[in-house]
Design a protein around this ligand. Sequence first.
Ligand code: FES
Length: 150
Amino acid sequence: MSQYLINVNGAAATVESAGNVPLLWILRDQLHLVGTKYGCGVGQCGACTVHLDGVPTRACITPIAEVGQRRVTTIEGLSAHGDHPLQIAWQELDVPQCGYCQAGQIMTAAALLKKSPQPSDSEIDAALDGNLCRCGTYLRIRAGIHRAAE
Ligand code: FES
């Protein structure tokens, strides 16, 4: 076990863990930030997407020892009051069905909008390609991103 000082959603947090424990479990089990979801555990589905220094990252395959001083942002830290334009658009357009994958979808979409404030359909499809939705809400996700970009 080692101690790690990490920066999560703008606050410092000290956690104790083996170095190979994925960031996902530190967030969920130690910091109680359960918006970040466990889907596949092998970097394939995107449910666990968080930002490390603004870059969408799979928390399930990121060992805590590799996080370092990069700023971790989870869905809880994306906006102060759940009012990021994507979160508002998601509610207005009823984007989620079961909702399980949506935090990961929104985190990936937020990084896309930072890079490309008015993304085309093909840019959206390419950026969100690695975020799977078993309910098939892809068209609503795309519409939500366009709404947030308005
Ligand atoms: Fe991390 Fe699926 S749970 S990519």
